[in-house]
Design a protein. Structure first.
Length: 195
């Protein structure tokens, strides 16, 4: 995984509560076994009309959100089933950071394990972002090391578990973290084999 130390990017907002994983990546697209290629199906039932053309009213189809890498959402984002495909789809689409007042726990953990930074932010601060001028592009600068968000007149700090922070700052997944202890693992194996 790529480390996340600081990320500056375009913001897309989704002022919807209880966005569940079946809305993020509908079940008919779960047949793939790779982690890539899911971005094209992200929010499929919302992004596209029945004839397959993009719905111009959907948030991510608006011109000012094109190329967005930061998603700001409302309460309980990522609820529903525990499918890891949901963070895969968001990441493959191009999102690096997701900001919301609350997340489903399994979804939150899956985001971090797949190299995305989910940020729980006070509801007032999220509301401030969700209600910025409609149809106007804005960028945010997210600094994981300092745990700050700034840009376009907005400033906030956030809290993150030190374990997840270290994993994201270093670009480690759980296997990478285990391999940090490769020498100790080998020493233990030697000790067991020779006893």
């Amino acid at each position: 995984m790529e480390p996340i130390v600081q990320h500056k990017g375009r913001v897309a907002t989704m002022n919807r509560v209880n966005v569940d994983t079946d809305q993020i990546i509908p079940k008919q697209f779960l047949k793939r076994v790779e982690r890539t290629g899911f971005g094209q199906f992200l929010f499929f039932d919302w992004r596209f009309l029945k004839d397959g053309t993009p719905d111009p009213e959907f948030e991510l189809n608006k011109p000012h959100t094109q190329g967005a890498s930061i998603l700001v959402a409302a309460h309980n984002f990522g609820c529903g089933s525990s499918r890891e495909h949901a963070p895969w789809a968001l990441h493959d689409y191009g999102f690096k950071v997701i900001i919301a007042p609350s997340f489903a726990d399994i979804f939150y953990n899956n985001c971090v394990k797949n190299g995305m930074l989910p940020i729980r932010l006070d509801e007032d601060k999220v509301h401030e972002l969700l209600t910025k001028e409609e149809n106007q592009a804005f960028d945010l600068d997210v600094n994981l090391k300092e745990q700050t968000i700034s840009g376009d007149g907005f400033e906030a700090t956030f809290v993150i578990d030190p374990y997840w922070k270290e994993m994201l700052l270093n670009g480690w997944d759980e296997i990478g973290l285990t391999l940090k202890f490769d020498d100790q693992i080998k020493a233990y194996e030697e000790k067991v084999l020779n006893s």
